[in-house]
Design a protein around this ligand. Structure first.
Ligand SMILES: Cc1cc2nc3c(=O)[nH]c(=O)nc-3n(C[C@H](O)[C@H](O)[C@H](O)COP(=O)(O)OP(=O)(O)OC[C@H]3O[C@@H](n4cnc5c(N)ncnc54)[C@H](O)[C@@H]3O)c2cc1C
Length: 592
């Protein structure tokens, strides 16, 4: 058993009340899926999370993984936990039915993944990468590859890995130098990849690597990269793992956090070449890889939420138990009575609920895209997802640093020592702003690909929607103050958008220089929108005489705290955006 409990009430409120899951499923033609089924599934997932995965979090952190003669050995208990995860059908929950998936809505799957991430983020990284690899093969692979690999990957019998990074190619994938030479019906891959998460382990019979490499005649740069499927074991005539492929783990990193997730150096082709199969078109590998990366970027947002929730729960429990204050009669009281401890817990609670709301809204957008009745409708939802993805990855991962930092702070000295587990959440969260594209790369993605590329149209639609929520809130007694604050923040959002469009046309450094502050501003604004919508929905249900008054009132107070303490950060981000690149770029390199 562990200290982690899935926050049902908040998840139910979002899924059932705010996002109207029953209606969403009916619109998508999923007649048998509804809230009742969803909550039964969540209950089962929470059991596996709390009883099996969460207890392995600290032991996995202490043991880590190790490289031996026959490859990487994961921490004790992980293989058995993974077996349970597969046998209970969790791996296939949201996957395509054609290859054995259960085709559950993305919104539900997202909520389930939050459980794995809170319980044991090092473990949940493995399924995250498999899901991304499945998506890439599904969208870009040939029928032959799909039939040969997807059923076992979707069931979880085989896992996937994502092999992009090389020592000279991190954020800049144009520098990828791994080679792929055609030979018959396949290619021979040679090169070294570093930092490959779950790149090797003993939990499954096969591992399917998705590898970026260059063909011999490929043009230089980003337009000369292709994507290949490289199995650890080649398939025999029965489609089962047979001969060992020439792809080996040659090192495992020692690192700050997520110790139980092996971060591998993989060497391809030391003995003549690893057999690989092309996914998608030659030289268009990055398009295919982006399918996987977008999936993983949202996944990192969910990991950041999961860690924040776990850190909050632990800090809350500690604050209720730790006695420090002394009453006049000499009796002692717990630290949760101190205003500053309240402040820290409220930041943690309100930010985590805002994160969850935005992540669930983004997941529902993907469901709406899949259920769209016309290409135009689908493209509208895809554009919105495009805006959400860098905010979910960038803003939420940055905010999770603050939440897990506060989790440690609430514990005082006990937070700094490893015993309580709080320090582990802080260490585990640190990678969130780095992998799957650093915060800097998310800022550039939002500003460049998602805003400047369509002249700010998709962002304009989002801002209009936030404005409409503020208008609705201003009609409700008790929410008028929050409505005004949201109107002001959305007005700043409009001005920031206009400023960006105008100034980036004049100075090429401007968009890049302001991009992270711009993204953080949009994150805090979206968080305000989510909490405002939540307060509005809570007011509506309270009005209708719901039995769960306590949860709904708590939600309203939490929203008020977000508006008082976190939404104002929009204004400071905006003030910084408006200073452009001048002082950022003013020093000569020698002056640093
Ligand atoms: C634990 C762990 C697991 C990982 N798992 C995987 C995996 O499974 N598969 C995989 O392929 N990779 C993986 N990675 C690699 C990870 O994705 C990269 O580390 C990350 O993309 C950053 O690349 P880099 O380390 O080379 O840093 P660099 O690209 O060298 O960046 C250094 C700094 O420069 C900034 N920077 C770089 N370029 C720009 C730019 N154009 N504009 C603004 N700022 C810029 C960055 O924001 C950063 O602050 C993992 C890394 C770690 C540590």
């Amino acid at each position: 058993m562990s200290d982690y409990q899935f926050p049902y009430q908040d998840a139910e409120f979002l899924i059932k009340d705010l996002l109207d899951f029953d209606q969403m499923c009916a619109d998508a033609g999923l007649e048998e899926v509804n809230c009742e089924l969803a909550f039964a599934i969540l209950e089962e997932a929470a059991r596996l999370g709390s009883e099996v995965l969460a207890p392995l979090n600290q032991t996995g952190d202490e043991a880590g993984s190790r490289l031996e003669e026959d490859g990487v050995h994961q921490a004790a208990g992980f293989a058995e936990a993974y077996r349970q995860y597969v046998d209970n059908g969790w791996a296939s929950l949201a996957a395509d039915e054609e290859f054995g998936g259960q085709a559950m809505p993305r919104l539900l799957a997202t909520s389930v993944v939050e459980i794995w991430d809170s319980a044991n983020v090092a473990f949940s990284l493995c399924p995250l990468l498999t899901t991304g690899a499945v998506e890439a093969i599904l969208k870009h692979g040939t029928d032959e590859l799909k039939n040969a690999y997807l059923p076992n990957m979707i069931s979880g019998e085989w896992t996937g890995s994502m092999c992009l990074t090389e020592s000279a190619a991190g954020s800049d994938l144009a520098a990828v130098s791994t080679r792929a030479v055609p030979e018959g019906d396949h290619y021979l891959i040679t090169g070294q990849k570093i930092f490959i998460t779950w790149g090797d382990h003993q939990m499954t019979d096969n591992i399917i690597h998705l590898v970026l490499a260059r063909l011999p005649d490929a043009p230089a740069g980003i337009r000369g990269i292709s994507l290949f499927l490289v199995p650890k074991f080649l398939l025999d005539e029965n489609g089962q793992p047979g001969e060992r492929n020439d792809a080996y783990c040659v090192g495992v990193e020692h690192k700050l956090g997520i110790h139980a997730s092996p971060t591998c150096s993989l060497s391809f082709g030391d003995n003549g070449g690893a057999v690989g199969y092309l996914i998608g078109e030659p030289n268009k590998g990055l398009v295919a890889m982006f399918t996987m990366m977008n999936e993983a970027r949202q996944g990192v947002g969910i990991q950041s939420l999961g860690l924040s929730e776990r850190s909050y729960q632990q800090a809350r429990a500690f604050a209720k138990e730790r006695l420090q204050g002394t009453n006049s009669d000499g009796s002692r009281f717990p630290i949760i009575e101190f205003p500053d401890v309240r402040r820290m817990l409220m930041v943690m609670k309100s930010a985590t609920e805002a994160m969850r709301g935005l992540i669930y809204i983004a997941a529902a957008e993907t469901d709406r895209e899949h259920a769209a009745q016309s290409p135009a409708d689908a493209s509208k939802h895809a554009d919105r997802t495009g805006i959400y993805t860098p905010i979910v990855k960038g803003w939420i991962s940055e905010l999770s640093q603050e939440i897990t930092y506060l989790g440690t702070q609430v514990h005082g000295g006990m937070g700094y020592v490893e015993e309580t587990g709080s320090a582990q959440h802080y260490r585990d969260a640190r990678i969130m702003t780095i992998y799957e594209g650093t915060t800097g790369i998310q800022g550039l993605d939002l500003v460049g690909r998602k805003i400047l590329a369509d002249n700010g149209e998709a962002l304009q639609e989002l801002l209009d929607e936030i404005h409409a929520t503020a208008d609705d809130m201003s009609e409700v007694d008790g929410l008028k103050g929050m409505a005004n604050a949201l109107l002001n923040a959305v007005q700043s959002g409009r001005e920031a958008r206009a400023w960006l469009l105008e100034h980036s046309a004049q100075d090429r450094n401007v968009a890049a220089a302001v991009s992270v502050n711009f993204m953080m501003m949009m994150g805090y604004l979206c968080g305000g929108w989510v909490m405002g919508r939540s307060a509005l929905k809570a007011a509506e249900i309270i009005e209708s005489g719901s039995a769960n008054q306590s949860f709904l009132q708590t939600k309203q107070i939490t929203a008020q705290f977000y508006f008082d303490h976190l939404l104002p950060r929009c204004a400071s981000c905006f003030a910084t955006v408006k200073t452009g690149s001048n002082s950022i770029m003013a020093l000569d390199i020698e002056q640093f």
